[in-house]
Write a protein that binds this ligand. Structure first.
Ligand code: SF4
Length: 426
């Protein structure tokens, strides 16, 4: 996938902001369809129907390959040459396919029509298709649509686009509640819910929840606590519905998790003593787990190529809690509203870059020869062949990494390449 705007590298600074290297050039990032892989696992009553090509089908089939033993809750309506040439009415075909699918799978309550590059190129209007199908299928099934196309989205933006579709459906509430925004594995959601409850914060909702049909309410007494830095559009839509955004670093590592939980605790008037009583044991466990990984990571240099938008948060964790030396922290988009707290915690000497210009970034990786490079799947093998240790960023969105009890596992994901090399060297 390439971007035609091959403009020179520029450095941008704003009032009180750290400099950012802006890159616009060839990209090497998955498209937003990838989000279906973790969203379909979470939303147990939803089906994701990609309206796309065989390439799109291959992408989600191979990305979700480990799931084939279960009845999948995703599929691809493949646009044929006749659709692309305008010789068949793709809308009629799509309606017919959706109705057949829903007859076969009566447990589905929400059907997402997911746009792709081909559906956008032929200007197939999936929002109108959803409206048309809703007129026929509501209230048994609700049809929603969003774009996961590589023209419009990268990798993690698919989740943001999917969650954003819930916001107009949310009923209004004046009740006080805490809303955690971002797809979390059930086990992590349960841990956070328990910790909030123990602090006395009982009215907690998660977006997304386990059922797409259970749409939470929203209103002026809702506090938003984002759990993923890449859901900025959803958060802004929720703020436009009156909710209040709590700013915090993300719950990666002992420090990040404490700061994230503290943001909610402060907003809800939890006393420091009550907060410590709830968090101290889990925090101590996390610190012990991190201490085990630190000898493998401390002092090692790290280069993060832009991929998942988790990069500033993970860089903060790897630097502050594990002693890694940051050379460059790249992110596909820098959404300052979502990562302001993280940026404040990054060391001054780390280069922060936004966007991608593949050749220039690879030149910098080769010049720096970092101990570890975090990158997409397509770059890992070539860099490994050049003797550079790599970590696939996609693993970081597929693995449970949030919260105290996952802190050690998160560190271990980065320590593994060093442990493997150490074993090979013996
Ligand atoms: Fe490729 Fe576009 Fe389909 Fe993604 S949506 S798999 S980038 S064709």
């Amino acid at each position: 996938m390439s971007n035609l705007h091959d403009i020179p590298v520029t450095t941008r600074t704003g009032c009180g902001e750290r400099p950012v290297l802006r890159e616009r050039g060839q990209r090497e990032v998955f498209c937003g369809l990838t989000g279906i892989v973790w969203l379909h696992r979470k939303l147990q009553d939803a089906f994701f129907l990609v309206v796309g090509s065989r390439t799109c089908a291959h992408l989600i089939q191979s990305a979700a390959g480990v799931m084939i033993f279960a009845e999948p809750r995703f599929g691809t309506a493949i646009l044929t040459d006749r659709d692309l040439a305008g010789m068949a009415d793709a809308n009629d075909e799509l309606d017919r396919l959706c109705v057949t699918l829903l007859e076969r799978r009566p447990e589905i309550r929400t059907l997402f029509l997911v746009g792709s590059c081909p559906s956008e190129v032929i200007k197939l209007d999936l929002a109108r298709a959803a409206e048309r199908l809703n007129a026929r299928l509501l209230p048994q099934v609700r049809v929603l649509s969003y774009s996961g196309s590589g023209i419009e989205t990268t990798f993690t933006q698919g989740e943001d686009a999917a969650l954003r579709t819930f916001v107009p459906l949310m009923p209004h509430t004046d009740a006080r509640q805490l809303m955690v925004v971002g797809c979390l594995p059930d086990v992590v959601e349960d841990q956070f819910r328990r910790q909030f409850e123990q602090m006395g914060i009982a009215d907690v909702v998660f977006l997304p929840g386990r059922r797409a049909s259970d749409v939470p309410a929203i209103g002026p007494n809702t506090d938003l606590l984002p759990a993923q830095p890449f859901n900025g559009d959803t958060v802004r839509a929720l703020v436009a519905r009156g909710a209040r955004l709590l700013h915090a670093p993300y719950p990666f590592g002992a420090e990040g998790t404490t700061a994230w939980l503290e943001a909610a605790a402060r907003a809800w008037g939890v006393t420091p003593a009550a907060f410590d009583a709830v968090t101290a044991p889990a925090r101590a466990r996390a610190e012990t787990a991190l201490a085990r990984q630190r000898p493998l990571l401390a002092g090692r240099s790290l280069f993060m190529l832009p991929d998942s938008q988790l990069e500033p948060s993970l860089a903060r964790f790897l630097h502050r809690e594990l002693g890694m030396r940051l050379i460059e922290v790249g992110t596909p988009f820098l959404d300052r509203q979502m990562v302001s707290e993280e940026l404040a915690l990054l060391p001054e000497d780390a280069v922060l870059s936004e966007g991608q210009h593949l050749e220039r970034q690879l030149d910098r990786v080769r010049a720096a020869r970092p101990d570890l490079t975090v990158c997409g799947l397509g770059l890992a093998n070539p860099l490994e062949a050049e003797g550079l240790a790599t970590k696939w960023s996609i693993e970081l969105v597929f693995s449970p990494i949030h919260g105290y009890d996952q802190a050690g596992d998160l560190a271990e994901l980065f320590a593994r390449p060093f442990a493997r090399r150490a074993r090979l060297a013996v």
